[in-house]
Design a protein around this ligand. Structure first.
Ligand SMILES: [Zn+2]
Length: 417
């Protein structure tokens, strides 16, 4: 049995139709993942709305039937009209709900189709494409990565401006990040309401990924009540909101919360320092961002960050270190720039198969034929071409680095491996 040829589709690098090295489809994960999730949540919530509307219609119809069936006296026209109007109203409401749901779902689907087309356009670019078009497509792609990154940093307005200028509005889900940012800011301001609303909107998916988000947000409210000494209200809140969501899967959270209510505040502070932490809302906001990204399956690191790291790592050598002495405009290694170094510090070194040796004197490439490299006592490598110009009488060579004459025997021939 022969092994079928690997199609290449589904690889991280562009797939089998890719024409360029820069076609890295996996970097565009959130371009498609977010509208897919939006479509899913609209479908799920739409189904719930439809069920509700259908139940209302059925109830109205039942009311009308009750009025008419089995009546042995004429039913007043006014009563019938009232009931009939109610039924009609419910049917119209149901219809409106259906239209809204469909509109939302079609919107998300066409977004996905549009994005496929835009990305396909980028994939069509090859060396035969007009350079201006090539440039445009590359710019579009990188602007998209920068835009995603800005959104993740909470810079909503700059991202919106960039998207507008580069005509990327249909490719970026600004509203999704805007919502996430709003909820995060509200949590920083000790307001859990937007977070709880967000949790309820995404309820089905959060349940599926076993997220504790709503439990954590509700806990903040309860702790506030405990800290205020308002125990009856805290108990009522637990009963009403926490028990239904935590009973089945988060019993530990429920137990801990009940414990905090039952014991004196001083003791609870000692036993559950996390609960009463001054920075608990900040931690909750951090947790929210994590859970929101998990829900949309947005990678932990942005595409821009991946690209920058890849580029830096490709340039990084074992001798790289922050160079504070050379002015920025004169620095030759991007990794050694003090402003870039913090990004490069933890990255691996480049694996360079075709390393080149440059002559320290005139910058020419050294090779085994016309420009053999020699190691000078100063530690610098100088090519044969330069050495011929540095030759002095009596087998001496002028060392341009140490600024003195040295013996020919002092320099060592280098070999390429
Ligand atoms: Zn360097």
């Amino acid at each position: 049995m022969s092994v079928p040829e690997f199609s290449g589709a589904g690889t991280t690098i562009g797939g089998k139709n890719s024409r360029k090295n820069t076609d890295v489809l996996s970097l565009d994960y959130c371009t498609f993942r977010i509208p897919c999730e939006e479509l899913r949540v609209k479908f799920k919530n739409g189904q719930k709305d439809l069920d509700k509307a259908a139940a209302n219609v059925a109830r109205a119809a039942e009311l009308l039937t009750k009025k008419t069936s089995g009546a042995n006296q004429p039913v007043p026209q006014e009563t019938l009209r009232k009931n009939f109007d109610f039924l009609l109203n419910q049917v119209q409401e149901a219809r409106k709900a259906l239209e809204n749901i469909l509109e939302g779902e079609i919107g998300e689907t066409s977004k996905i189709i549009q994005r496929c087309e835009r990305l396909h356009e980028e994939f069509e670019v090859d060396e035969k494409t007009h350079p201006r078009q090539q440039d445009k497509m590359e710019r579009q792609k990188f602007a998209r990565y920068i835009c995603w990154h800005l959104l993740r940093c909470g810079m909503i307005e700059p991202a919106r401006e960039l998207a507008k200028q580069m005509n990327l509005e249909s490719l970026i889900d600004i509203s999704v990040f805007e919502k996430i940012y709003e909820v995060e800011q509200a949590l920083h301001a000790h307001d859990t309401k937007p977070c709880i609303e967000w949790c309820q909107y995404h309820q089905s998916r959060l349940r599926q990924i076993k997220s504790r988000m709503e439990v954590v947000a509700r806990q903040q409210e309860i702790i506030t009540l405990i800290e205020q000494g308002n125990i009856p209200e805290a108990v009522a809140y637990v009963k009403k909101y926490l028990v239904p969501i935590a009973k089945a899967n988060f019993s530990d959270d429920l137990r801990k919360t009940m414990g905090a209510i039952a014991m004196p505040l001083v003791e609870s502070r000692v036993r559950n320092p996390d609960f009463h932490d001054e920075k608990r809302y900040e931690k909750c906001a951090e947790f929210f961002i994590k859970e929101a990204y998990r829900l949309y399956q947005i990678p932990d690191v942005s595409a821009l960050s991946v690209i920058v790291q890849m580029g830096l790592s490709a340039q990084k050598t074992p001798i790289c270190e922050p160079d504070h002495k050379t002015p920025l405009s004169e620095q030759t290694c991007v990794v050694c720039r003090p402003d870039v170094w913090p990004l490069a510090e933890g990255l691996p070194y480049a694996h360079v198969d075709n390393a080149r040796i440059l002559c320290s004197f005139n910058g020419t490439v050294c090779n085994d034929d016309e420009n053999i490299p020699y190691l000078f006592p100063s530690g610098h490598v100088i090519g044969l071409q330069a050495i011929n110009t540095l030759k002095r009488d009596d087998n001496k060579i002028w060392d341009p680095i140490m600024k003195k004459e040295i013996e020919e025997t002092e320099i060592l021939r280098l070999y390429f491996m």
